[in-house]
Design a binder for this molecule. Structure first.
Ligand code: SF4
Length: 219
């Protein structure tokens, strides 16, 4: 039996089958990609195709001996669906498509995804990028979030869902995209240096104190 996450496979409830979850940055897919996923799903007779909260498509119900062949046919990288790392960057359509957007959420999120998706950390971290204050990327429950406003990016930190949910808090605002990326780097590095296993960023900040944290990341 594979370990959870080995070969990009996630063990399922029956303890015999696996899901594989290709990396589809920001949930942007093409007709060709969807056709390929559908073809692989059909070829291996998966039990379900599940759209995930991380804007991915999980192929559920593969057998261990099928995992390598399925990945080879997909020609895609695994998404960081499990493990201690930056799991996902969720983004709304932003100024690319949405009439309400104030900032380019897809542009910022794509850069964040390139830099951090799968980066190893002491515990998991999720990011969200929304083009306006409506927060369609659910920034309020993301460890690190960016909200587009007329004067630039607002940065939120410390949110998470899960068994001990926590709402994110506003760290700073009025940042350019370059400044937002610099802040992301400092927050990720801070988490890497200060978190312990099972501690989401919000808990680390709570233990350290808000003002200390702000100083530590130069906010
Ligand atoms: S957060 Fe704002 S910009 Fe993004 S999809 Fe929602 S309404 Fe549109």
């Amino acid at each position: 039996m594979l370990k959870d996450g080995e070969k990009g496979a996630v063990i399922q409830r029956d303890k015999q089958s696996y899901a594989i979850v290709p990396h589809t940055p920001l949930g942007l897919v093409t007709p060709d990609l969807l056709r390929k996923v559908a073809d692989v799903a059909e070829k291996f007779g998966v039990k379900a195709l599940k759209l995930t909260s991380a804007q991915r498509i999980a192929l559920v119900g593969l057998h261990e001996e099928e995992i390598d062949a399925a990945w080879k046919e997909l020609e895609m990288d695994p998404g960081a669906a499990v493990g201690l790392c930056v799991r996902s960057v969720k983004a709304c359509p932003g100024t690319t498509f949405c009439r309400l957007a104030k900032q380019d959420s897809l542009g910022l999120a794509l850069e964040l995804d390139k830099r951090y998706h799968g980066r190893k950390l002491p515990w998991k971290m999720k990011m969200g990028v929304s083009g306006c204050i409506n927060q369609c990327a659910e920034n309020c429950i993301k460890d690190l979030g960016f909200i587009g406003k007329a004067n630039g990016w607002a940065v939120t930190v410390g949110g998470n869902g899960g068994s001990r949910p926590r709402l994110a808090r506003l760290l700073t605002e009025g940042l350019t995209t370059g400044e937002a990326l610099d802040m992301a780097q400092r927050v990720v590095d801070f988490f890497d240096a200060n978190a312990k296993k099972t501690q989401r960023l919000g808990r680390v900040i709570e233990k350290m104190g808000w003002e200390e944290f702000r100083k530590a990341v130069g906010a």
